[in-house]
Every structure is written in structure tokens, then in C-alpha cells.
Design a protein around this ligand. Structure first.
Ligand SMILES: Nc1ncnc2c1ncn2[C@@H]1O[C@H](COP(=O)(O)OP(=O)(O)OP(=O)(O)O)[C@@H](O)[C@H]1O
Ligand SMILES: [Mg+2]
Length: 231
């Protein structure tokens, strides 16, 4: 399914005033393709990702997956949580893995949250761990893995529920150039294979050779202007 961010604005309260973190961002990501979002610190990249994930309600605008309007300024937390669980995979900047679970169990738990039996997803989980290059570490806990390996487990975990939308925040920040390039290549390849519309935030343009499109964000806006909002 395509992901449409339709005239998204996000305003945070900031003391007595307001801070516009996302200002009228309009963007479509076709299914199976990866769009990279570049921009300096504070540009609003993570804020846009939070809206796309339904973690934060937009102040204005809507998020649509396929033909379904999933997040609006009025969407309830319960509905947003359900949509996120069923349709969206996320990879955070610092991989949030559970300390007591092995790599394989991290994936199985995520599938279980959607109602699948852990045993039923073991083969798919192992395939994904193999696809990200950590199959040999399936039985290890996060503390026994390197930062890059943890990041790979987090990517595999985001994909185990076959999300229609994949949102990735700075997957390469802890990695050197070559490994960063490999991780971006891995994400674009998996997105294509699984048909997921993917938005990938990055600081480092030099790792983005395999993405389908690059958008630049500055001071809460995309570099290219949004078309006029529908009346
Ligand atoms: N929960 C919040 N409440 C108020 N202001 C916030 C909140 N989160 C972020 N901001 C502000 O919104 C702006 C955009 O922040 P955001 O985290 O989206 O930037 P970013 O582009 O992801 O930056 P970085 O590259 O450093 O991660 C910043 O000015 C930030 O201080
Ligand atoms: Mg950020």
C-alpha cells in the first residue's frame, strides 16, 4: 500500500508559545519503495516520523495507507495503537530491544502481539534474521550483540509482522560508512521484496545510493513546496 502524508502540520506547545515542528508536509511514498528524509538536527524529521507512525496526532493533516485514512487530529490513541500494530513497522534510532529476550524471541514476541503463535512465526523470524545477517546470533541477548547487530535485529523485528509501512529513524548513526551503506541497501531491498512503503531518516547522504527518492527537510518544511491544500 502507498503511504500518503497529506498536508501534515505538527505544533508543540512551548512554554507560553508554540513550536511548529512539521509545517505542511505533503509526501507520497509508493508501496515497495524507500524515500530517504535528510535534514539537519532539529529540522523535524523524527517529529514527522512520529506522526506517520501514529505516535503523535498531527495538529493538521492526515496520514493515509492505501485508501484508508488512518491518523487525523482526532484519531483516538486506541485506534492509532491498533493501526500501528497491524500495519506499521518502526525502527528507532537506538534499537529498543528487550534485555531478557534473545534475538529470535524479540521477533516472536512482536508477532505474538498481533495474535500469531510464536511457534508459527519461527521460520519467518529465522528467515528475517538471516536476511539481515544475524542468523548465527539468534540465540543471543542484546547485551551479547554489537551495536550494529542490535540494529539489524531491530530491523528484522520491524518486518516480522509484514507491515505495509516501514518507518526507520537514523539506522546508520551508530555505524561506519560501509556498514551504514549496507544497512540502507538491506532496508531498501526488504522494502521492495515485502512491498512496504518505507520512510528512512538519515543524516548521511553518502549512504543513500540505493533509495528510490530523497527528500530534504529544513525548518519543519520539505525543500519542495506542497501543492495547495484541498478546500
Ligand atoms: N515532544 C516535544 N515537545 C516539544 N518540542 C519538541 C518535542 N520533540 C521535538 N521538539 C522540537 O521540535 C523540533 C524538531 O525536532 P525533531 O526531533 O523532529 O528533529 P530531528 O530533525 O529529528 O532532529 P535530529 O536530527 O537531531 O534527530 C526541535 O526544535 C525540537 O526541539
Ligand atoms: Mg530525530
Amino acid at each position: 500500500m502507498d503511504l500518503h502524508l497529506d498536508h501534515i502540520t505538527l505544533v508543540y506547545p512551548d512554554g507560553d508559545t508554540h513550536l511548529t515542528a512539521v509545517d505542511d508536509v505533503h509526501l507520497t511514498i509508493p508501496a515497495g519503495t524507500t524515500t530517504a528524509l535528510l535534514g539537519p538536527s532539529g529540522a523535524g524529521k523524527s517529529s514527522l516520523l512520529a506522526v506517520a507512525a501514529g505516535l503523535t496526532r498531527p495538529t493538521r493533516g492526515t496520514v493515509t495507507i492505501g485508501d484508508d485514512v488512518v491518523f487525523t487530529p482526532g484519531t483516538s490513541v486506541a485506534r492509532a495503537t491498533r493501526v500501528r500494530l497491524e500495519r506499521i513497522g518502526m525502527v528507532f534510532q537506538s534499537p529498543r530491544l528487550l534485555g531478557s529476550l534473545t534475538a529470535l524471541e524479540q521477533l516472536e514476541l512482536h508477532a505474538h502481539l498481533r495474535g500469531e503463535r510464536p511457534a508459527a512465526v519461527r521460520a519467518r523470524s529465522m528467515d528475517l534474521l538471516a536476511a539481515v545477517g544475524v542468523a548465527d546470533h539468534a540465540g543471543k541477548r542484546p547485551a551479547q550483540l554489537s551495536g550494529g547487530q542490535r540494529q539489524r535485529v531491530a530491523i528484522a523485528r520491524a518486518l516480522v509482522r509484514r507491515p505495509e509501512v516501514l518507518l526507520v529513524d537514523e539506522p546508520t548513526s551508530a555505524l561506519d560508512h560501509d556498514r551504514g551503506t549496507q544497512v540502507v541497501e538491506l532496508i531498501t531491498g526488504l522494502a521492495r521484496e515485502l512491498g512496504a512503503a518505507t520512510l528512512l531518516v538519515s543524516h548521511d547522504a553518502s549512504t543513500l545510493g540505493t533509495v528510490d527518492a530523497i527528500e530534504r527537510m529544513l525548518d519543519a518544511r520539505l525543500a519542495h513546496p506542497a501543492p495547495p491544500a484541498r478546500a
